[in-house]
Design a protein around this ligand. Structure first.
Ligand SMILES: Nc1ncnc2c1ncn2[C@@H]1O[C@H](COP(=O)(O)OP(=O)(O)OP(=O)(O)O)[C@@H](O)[C@H]1O
Ligand SMILES: [Mg+2]
Length: 354
């Protein structure tokens, strides 16, 4: 994306600007235009929004120059509201303020610089491992275009709405509540046309309007990449920590550096990194590094966070993940992942009884 070539003008719609640079929602919010990330701003230009909201006190020139400064430098001015303070779209189109769920103690986002490295798998494994250790855990599929999470847990049921307002998430066989756009939309293709503000509103509702009950950890599977999609989700939810997943191959392409930068930009905390598909174990016990040598150390330096696990390419993982049977997977690397997560995770209370 060529940021330098961009000029934001008062004639552009609020939605188009927020869609392209989700962080500008925070700038708009500072100018009293807190509808920036919801559907209200969809057709309104920045000029119209400035005239019609914020009691007419919005200084359009300053707003435009702040927006352009951000588009050029990628830096937000100091003292803005936190990343997740952008307003949400309530059930009746009312901006609701920061997404909140008192029953959920910690939100953990699983992220990767690029697609297909096993992010959904790590999100699923973390949830399964934490559940096995007695923690109360749920999984929110933030990748609205992909079916990975429901498929991995073998969940096909639609969420129920006992009160016509909130949604009761279906549970996996092992009792993990799961929420995914894939369980709601009639076809997978429909999600593809969704735009940033709509995704952000939907994800926030997955958080606030879903009857998660009491959870120690809500694991969020973010969309792939370092573009607007994961950013939109990160901003919609009060994320406490990020787990970064990569492969030895991916490190070489700088995607990890980009992902680290993105998390930092959002003021997030990287709890740890996972090197997936690190090697294949041959029948005679050798470890074959098919994607090149392990980049564990470089990874730790790039992310300034510990390596939580090196997961091998394991046909059993692929089989279990593709057949809705992830909850029956066991391996020593999987145990490492959960042990190390708990060492650094934002909560160290003893496990709760379900
Ligand atoms: N360590 C592994 N061993 C074997 N198969 C694996 C391993 N990790 C992931 N897979 C398989 O690779 C595929 C991609 O994994 P996954 O869907 O978790 O990646 P992702 O990063 O979430 O992808 P996307 O970017 O599409 O969301 C899946 O079919 C999964 O079962
Ligand atoms: Mg995925």
């Amino acid at each position: 994306m060529d940021l330098m070539a961009t000029q934001i003008t008062p004639e552009m719609t609020v939605a188009s600007v927020v869609d392209r640079w989700p962080d500008t929602a925070r700038l708009f919010a500072r100018y009293g235009l807190s509808c920036a990330s919801c559907a209200i701003g969809k057709t309104e230009t920045i000029g119209q929004a400035a005239a019609g909201h914020g009691a007419g006190r919005v200084k359009l020139d300053e707003l435009i120059s702040d927006l352009n400064r951000f588009a050029e430098s990628g830096k937000l001015p100091e003292g803005l509201p936190p990343a997740n303070a952008a307003p949400s779209l309530g059930a009746k189109g009312v901006p609701r303020g920061m997404a909140e769920q008192k029953g959920i103690k910690h939100v953990i986002a699983v992220m990767s610089g690029k697609g297909g490295v096993g992010k959904s798998l790590v999100a699923g494994l973390l949830a399964v491992g934490l559940k096995r250790r007695g923690f109360r855990v749920g999984v929110l599929d933030g990748d609205i275009t992909g079916p990975s999470i429901p498929r991995m847990f073998g969940v096909k049921e639609k969420p129920m709405s006992p009160d016509q307002k909130n949604l009761l998430p279906p549970k996996s066989r092992g009792g993990i509540p799961i929420m995914s756009m894939n369980l709601i939309l009639p076809s997978e293709e429909e999600a593809v046309i969704w735009r940033g503000p709509m995704v952000s509103g939907a994800i926030r509702q997955f958080f606030t309007d879903v009857l998660w009950g009491e959870l120690d950890y809500l694991i969020v599977d973010l969309p792939p990449g370092t573009s607007d999609a994961p950013l939109t989700v990160m901003q919609a939810l009060p994320v406490d920590g990020v787990v970064l997943v990569t492969t030895p191959q991916a490190l070489a392409t700088m995607v990890v550096t980009k992902a680290v930068k993105l998390v930092k930009q959002l003021g997030g905390d990287i709890i740890g990194v996972v090197e997936n598909m690190a090697y294949v174990r041959t029948p005679d016990g050798k470890e074959l590094e098919v994607f090149g040598p392990s980049q564990g150390l470089k990874l730790v330096i790039a992310a300034n966070a510990p390596l939580m696990a090196k997961i091998p390419i394991d046909p059993e993982i692929a089989h279990d993940a593709d057949n809705g049977d992830i909850e029956s997977y066991t391996s020593s690397e999987f145990d490492d992942l959960v042990d190390n997560f708990l060492k650094r995770a934002p909560m160290k209370e003893p496990p709760k009884q379900n």
